[in-house]
Design a protein around this ligand. Sequence first.
Ligand SMILES: Nc1ncnc2c1ncn2[C@@H]1O[C@H](COP(=O)(O)OP(=O)(O)OP(=O)(O)O)[C@@H](O)[C@H]1O
Ligand SMILES: [Mg+2]
Length: 392
Amino acid sequence: MTCLSFLCGRKVDPTTRPSGFQDELSGVHNVNLYSYRELRLATDDFSPENKVGEGGFGCVYKGKLKNGQVAAIKVLSSHSRQGIREFLTEIQVITDIEHENLVKLYGCCVEGNHRILVYNYLENNSLARTLLGGSQSGIYFNWPTRVKICIGIASGLAYLHKEVRPHIIHRDIKASNILLDKDLTPKISDFGLAKLIPPNVTHVSTRVAGTVGYLAPEYAITGQVTRRVDIYSFGILLIEIVSGRSNNNTRLPMDEQYILERTWQLYERNELVLLVDATLNGDFDAEQACRFLKIGLLCTQDSPMLRPSMSTVVEILSGKKDFDESTITKPGLITDFRDLKIKSNPKPQHHLYHTSSNQNSSGSDTLDNMTSTSPSSSRATMTFTAICDRSG
Ligand SMILES: Nc1ncnc2c1ncn2[C@@H]1O[C@H](COP(=O)(O)OP(=O)(O)OP(=O)(O)O)[C@@H](O)[C@H]1O
Ligand SMILES: [Mg+2]
């Protein structure tokens, strides 16, 4: 492993570094750089036995680094288009971030066409595999643990939205991006990753299809990215954690398949408690659980401007602040995934996902009015019927 702040002033081995590498590095500091060789050794030549998962960005391997640290090594599949300097500048932003509820990035490898990220390895995998993945994981999520997980995720996201400069919109909050350490402390992963991936339409469309259950309607329609897109996804995740089921379950009766639709029905009937995970065997604080479900509804309201900021969500989840539940409005729903068509191809202009210059000190509105495409503002208020294009 090499630390770039040292490397910048040092002769670099021309056989392992692309030409012009030193120029690329000027201005980039404190990013740990691993050689491809070290990562190959760490993962036993990226052997299938060490593979712990695969997502839209590439494969993830468990490995042991030279210094003995156990790491999750993510080999990005879309690698060749982004320059080393641009890649490292983005990495630097993520590297500098430290928070109890965010996965720590140790560093990266940028040799040749290889773009590899090296993260802290989390022992208890993701919420998708453990809480929502059936009972195989052997982990029992009691009610206090779920409360801790919900507040932890909200805190991590509030930190990205408000404290980090420039602010970061995650864009892909979902159960598989919430990892758990040995004490089941939640860690948000993949933050800032959208910026590292070149405008690769295939990946973006895959991801839109793959995680559409978490997608805010205004984002699905227009590609408009604001913090409120993350808040919507968080709302879905919150309901998943309380109910122990994933947002879409086709094995359930038609009117129960989509968790958000179901939550709204039960809310209207004042029966939210029926949604709480049955595996808790009644051992939970019913008032708190229903409150969490209502906060989930608050975060998924159709109108983005009505969704509370993540820092407010942290306060209401932890009982430090109240909210007026009579103000909860109907959620924005995308229920027909098969026919979902993104009208304006949301070719992501990655540099818009962060802001630096034009945010105000409270870190609020400017960012929330940002777009990743340039849709007309009226399109953001289109309703579900407009989302589905059945013409084929
Ligand atoms: N730091 C880590 N520690 C332990 N396991 C990890 C770590 N990062 C990722 N994983 C595992 O690798 C799997 C794949 O992660 P990855 O982020 O590539 O895909 P994903 O989250 O399923 O989808 P997406 O590409 O949309 O983020 C995760 O579900 C998790 O099980
Ligand atoms: Mg992920």
